[in-house]
Every structure is written in structure tokens, then in C-alpha cells.
Design a protein around this ligand. Structure first.
Ligand SMILES: [Mn+2]
Length: 414
């Protein structure tokens, strides 16, 4: 958890955005069943987390603004004695008040009575919900159910979605958030270096990955930011390959796309390494093209630049190089070997929320990840850094994770 001042400030800005005589609520989310009596690991809805710091299921943050007076209440499921015993679910409202800066914490059972009392006056006209929806086909979530219920009972309410506003706040990182990111990237680096120290041809992808997982676990990272990709040879040409169950061969390149998570802040780094520690001339030639594409974008990144322009720059640089070595005849043919965008905002989500058309601003965090995928050579290369925008450029948080050929080969010399 970051400081209570951070969460309090986030809520203050949200309340400022709300019109007078309005309410806002956001659910933390609930546990989802995986099979029989097992649940998936609970993931709090990130806007809830950003406003409270709490990762408890079954909670609602409620903010009312009445005649300019803002009141914040946290509605929580109070764990039963049985839940406290079996699940180690603690119930310490005073501690939660101190951690979140929210002065009122009450049982979720009081929700109906309290919200009724507030809405009966008819003074509340605007209701802000906070709802992200990745697909129209997902089952309705609690946020949607509650919005429908309130709209049904109080048809005069005008509904608004505060999601985009909170998402826009999330794109500019507080120094404490950047520090959490740095920690996530530092642990990622330790994990990658442990793989480099132990990787040999003939190992299965999962055996190599285990050296990374060990470092994450032993540094207190329970869950990584996303499923690790460890893809040798042709597997690297499937961008979201996560089977990681192929035996590596002498002469393979292996592509890793991975990241630790610290305080819910995600690292996202890709590297491509020769399993035996030494690039062939051809591999080095192709690798340098991707690296050149990445560096061109990193050198051009600064406040005021639109992120997509950086993607185009990487693509253009790589296309020119591919023409030079005779792999393609015209630059536009690069689309045969490069079929994804380069990078995304990053934060509490790996592919973080926010407006991707925006120009870069100081303290935004994002990734750049050009790649080239050659089915005809059974070789896929991607190099990705996690970056934070500074006054006049970017700070590459993942810069010390080896990516220059000389550094990689020196580190891997066993
Ligand atoms: Mn990425």
C-alpha cells in the first residue's frame, strides 16, 4: 500500500470533478470461482484500488457531494468469525481508516438504508458509477447491477461513468507509484539475470522460467504482472505463446516477455537471448535491427510526443534496415514480419488504462516493444523496455536488464 495521503488526494480530485448534489460509487469486486471450492486469486478493480489502496473483496467506496460538502464512506463486508478463523480475514476498521484516510467504515448491510435516506430528498440528481468493460459479452458485474437497480428505483437519476476520469488521473504517476514500479522492474531484472546464469541448450522453456519464478517468490512477489512468455525458436513468432513447454535446442534464440508486480504496479519487459550464450552472425544481424528500432523510439520519446509516432519511428527504422539487408524490397513489406503495435501505458494494469492518443507528459509510464518475427527463419525477436517520462526525455527503468549483444554474451559466458 502507498501512503494514505496518496489515496486521499486521488479521492479529493475525483470529488472536485463531481457536480454538486451528486453521488459516486465503485465496487472492489468479488472473488470468482475457478472450480469446485477453489477461487481465482482475488483481483481488486483497479480504480477502487487507486482510490482506497484496499484489496478486499465485497467493498464499495461511496462519495456524496451535497451543497458542496463531500462525504466518503467505505462499505465493507464484515468477516464472520468463521471467515476470520479459516480465511485469516482480519477486521480492524481503525487500521483501515488510517491506511485509506477514509473516516467512515460501515457494514455493507447498511448500504440500502443509508443510500435511501440520501436519495429520498430528491436533491441528488447525478450518479457517477465507475465501470470498465472490455467486452460486451462479459457477464454483468456488481457495478452494473447496482446502477441498474438504482436507476430502476430512482429513474430521475442521471447516470455518468467516472471511469475515464479516474483512468486519466492514473496515467500521470505520483513519485510513490514510480518507486513501486522501479521495485517491480528491479525484481524482474534479478529474475532475468538468474535465468541467464543458469540457461543451457536442451533445457525446457519451463525449466528456464523456474529460475525467474524462484527470484520473484523469494522477493515477495506472489503473482507476476502477467503470464510469463518463454518462447524459443518458432514459438517466439506467436506473440502470446505461454505454454512454455518446448525443449530448447543448440542455436535457438529464446524470447522472454515478463514482469514482476509490486504493490500492484506492473513491470513489463521483453528480451531475446541466445540459449547457448552466443548469437550467430545472422541472429546478431536481425537482433541489431530490432534494437536500433527500439533505441530510435527511446531517443525520440519526450513530453509532447504522441506515443504512436514512436511506434511509427521504430517501424520505419526497422523497415529501412530490412531493405538494406535484402530481406524486403519495399519498406511497407515490413508488415510481413511486424504485426503488432509498439508499447502501451503501464501502471496498476500491465496494459494500463488511459487515452492512448494523448501526448506524452512528465511522469507518464509506458513501454516500447518493437519486434520482428520470421517464420521462414524460425526466429522471433522482441525487445521491450518500461519507461517513465522525465522533463526532457525518458528514464528507461529496465535499461540495466542486458540488451546489448556484447553485454548479453559477457553475462552468459559460463
Ligand atoms: Mn508489453
Amino acid at each position: 500500500m502507498l501512503s494514505s495521503a496518496f489515496y486521499t488526494e486521488n479521492r479529493r480530485r475525483l470529488a472536485e470533478y463531481m457536480t454538486d448534489n451528486s453521488i459516486y460509487f465503485v465496487h472492489s469486486g468479488s472473488e470468482l470461482e475457478s472450480t469446485h471450492d477453489e477461487n481465482f486469486i482475488f483481483q481488486p478493480y483497479r480504480n477502487f484500488l487507486y482510490l482506497t489502496g484496499l484489496d478486499r473483496s465485497g467493498a464499495i467506496l461511496f462519495i456524496s457531494k451535497l451543497s458542496g460538502k463531500v462525504k466518503e464512506t467505505l462499505y465493507m463486508h464484515i468477516p464472520t468469525e468463521r471467515e476470520q478463523r479459516w480465511m485469516n480475514l482480519t477486521w480492524d476498521p481503525e487500521k483501515m481508516k488510517a491506511e485509506t484516510g477514509i473516516e467512515e467504515i460501515v457494514s455493507i448491510e447498511e448500504w440500502d438504508a443509508r443510500v435511501s435516506r440520501l436519495l429520498v430528498s430528491g436533491r441528488i440528481q447525478d450518479c457517477y458509477i465507475d465501470m470498465a468493460r472490455w467486452s460486451m459479452n462479459y457477464a454483468p458485474n456488481k457495478e452494473q447491477e447496482m446502477a441498474n437497480r438504482l436507476k430502476n428505483i430512482y429513474p430521475f437519476l442521471s447516470m455518468h461513468n467516472a471511469y475515464a476520469f479516474v483512468a486519466s488521473m492514473r496515467t500521470i504517476k505520483h513519485p510513490d507509484e514510480i518507486a513501486a514500479h522501479r521495485k517491480a522492474v528491479d525484481i524482474t531484472e534479478k529474475g532475468v539475470r538468474n535465468m541467464l546464469a543458469n540457461m543451457r541448450p536442451g533445457m525446457y522453456e519451463y525449466e528456464i522460467e523456474a529460475y525467474y519464478d524462484f527470484v520473484l517468490k523469494s522477493n515477495g512477489v506472489k503473482v507476476p504482472a502477467f503470464h510469463t512468455i518463454a518462447a524459443c525458436g518458432q514459438n517466439a513468432n506467436h506473440m502470446h505463446y505461454v505454454d512454455n513447454n518446448t525443449q530448447t535446442k543448440e542455436g535457438d534464440l529464446i524470447l522472454f516477455d515478463l514482469g514482476a508486480r509490486w504493490d500492484y504496479y506492473c513491470a513489463d519487459v521483453s528480451r531475446t537471448y541466445p540459449v547457448n550464450g552466443k548469437f550467430t552472425n545472422r541472429q546478431a544481424q536481425l537482433y541489431e535491427i530490432v534494437l536500433k528500432g527500439l533505441k530510435a523510439a527511446e531517443d525520440a520519446a519526450k513530453p509532447g510526443v504522441v506515443k504512436d509516432e514512436l511506434q511509427n519511428l521504430s517501424k520505419q527504422v526497422m523497415a529501412e534496415e530490412l531493405v538494406k539487408i535484402g530481406k524486403i524490397e519495399k519498406p511497407e513489406e515490413i508488415s510481413r514480419y511486424y504485426m503488432h503495435g509498439s508499447g502501451h501505458l503501464i501502471g496498476l494494469d500491465t496494459h494500463d488504462v488511459g487515452d492512448y492518443e494523448l501526448k506524452l507528459q512528465k511522469d507518464m509510464m509506458f513501454t516500447l516493444e518493437p519486434g520482428l518475427y520470421f517464420d521462414d527463419e524460425e526466429t522471433g525477436i522482441r525487445i521491450e523496455d518500461t519507461l517513465v517520462v522525465t522533463d526532457d526525455g525518458v528514464d528507461i527503468l529496465s535499461d540495466s536488464i542486458p540488451k546489448e549483444i556484447a553485454d548479453i554474451e559477457a553475462v552468459m559466458k559460463h
